[in-house]
Design a protein around this ligand. Structure first.
Ligand SMILES: NC(=O)c1ccc[n+]([C@@H]2O[C@H](COP(=O)([O-])OP(=O)(O)OC[C@H]3O[C@@H](n4cnc5c(N)ncnc54)[C@H](O)[C@@H]3O)[C@@H](O)[C@H]2O)c1
Length: 309
């Protein structure tokens, strides 16, 4: 009897809170969600030497943030540093860091804490891709993909999350991929690393909810293919639903999601629908649809840069 009462009470509380959350979502569908101010925040971006990382640095420079730029490519990173200063950033710090090396992450993170301070926005963006049929992928490149695209996220969280918790203030940003939502032909190790990064970020997000760490936010980003050069040669046969995205557009969406403290960002929007289809369609129909969308052959024109990482 007592347990029935307890269940009814918990059910009513849940329904009440769910209705409030639904109303809040509805309201913010029509009026734009307020954006947070990131001026003075210490933003660390891994893989800042080119592509999305560089463009993110330039956007945060405009927004008045203190920038900490990490990349294994010293020249590219210093070029981003120079561009960020030109874009208005007054405090920019470039560090050469190979994110595939745990000890190097720990060492450079200590340097950052001493020289700059507590990182309040951590953007795990550095990424590599091998591409090709799984059995032809060399072991060292598979390990590198997992080290950079996934394990680096574990180590950077270990370095910077404690201060975020202590200050009850911080934002963890995971740049995953549509390949972290749906398996892709010729991208097995890359997909594994991106699914892992997504799962890790989502699990720590749940930890922050359970531990009532209201000041520590999470944003998980899953874009489709982007024209940065990482997937050079790849093309899409249904560009109206799954276009190859322009990096400037993706970065605008990522920064907007961070400022609005959105938890999940999939770009383009069709990916949200694709996830529903993946869950509800019979496998045979889902495979036919993937084939129709050209997803099986998307890597066909890929220009392999294996020797470069
Ligand atoms: N380009 C796409 O189509 C696409 C799509 C979805 C997700 N993503 C993800 O977005 C992120 C950025 O991709 P991008 O297109 O800008 O790639 P990019 O190749 O243009 O840039 C990646 C950056 O990461 C750096 N990097 C590589 N290995 C590193 C290491 N060991 N340590 C430190 N830095 C390292 C590179 O030097 C480079 O500056 C990646 O995580 C990628 O997986 C890309």
């Amino acid at each position: 009897m007592a347990s029935n009462l307890k269940f009814t009470k918990e059910l009513i509380t849940f329904l009440g809170k769910a209705v409030i959350a639904l109303l809040e979502t509805l309201i913010f569908t029509f009026i734009p969600r307020p954006r947070k101010n990131v001026a003075g925040e210490i933003v660390l971006i891994t893989g800042a030497g080119r592509g999305l990382g560089r463009l993110l640095a330039l956007r945060f420079a405009h927004l008045g943030s203190v920038l900490v730029l990490w990349d294994v490519n010293k020249e590219g990173n210093e070029e981003t540093c120079r561009m960020a200063r030109e874009a208005g950033a007054t405090r920019v710090y470039a560090y050469t860091c190979d994110c595939s090396q745990k000890e190097e992450i720990y060492r450079v993170a200590e340097q950052v804490k001493k020289e700059v301070g507590d990182v309040s926005i951590l953007i795990n963006n550095a990424g590599v891709v091998t591409g090709g049929d799984f059995l032809n992928c060399p072991d060292d490149l598979i390990e590198k993909s997992l080290d950079v695209n996934f394990k680096a996220h574990l180590w950077t969280y270990k370095c910077f999350l404690p201060a975020m918790i202590a200050n009850d203030h911080g934002h963890l940003v995971c740049i995953s991929s549509s390949a972290g939502l749906i398996g892709v032909n010729k991208l097995a190790d890359y997909c594994a690393s991106k699914f892992a990064a997504y799962g890790f970020a989502e699990s720590v997000f749940i930890e922050t909810i359970v531990q009532k760490l209201k000041g520590v936010k999470t944003t998980i980003v899953c874009p489709f293919f982007i024209n940065t050069g990482m997937f050079e040669g790849c093309s899409t046969v249904r560009p109206f639903l799954l276009p190859i995205l322009e990096p400037e557009y993706v970065v605008e969406k990522i920064v907007d999601a961070i400022l609005k403290e959105k938890v999940y960002l999939y770009v383009p929007r069709f990916l949200y629908f694709a996830m529903v289809l993946k869950s509800v369609l019979p496998v045979k129909i889902a495979l036919l649809l993937s084939d129709f969308m050209g997803v099986f052959n998307i890597m066909d024109g890929f220009v392999c840069k294996k020797k470069k990482h």
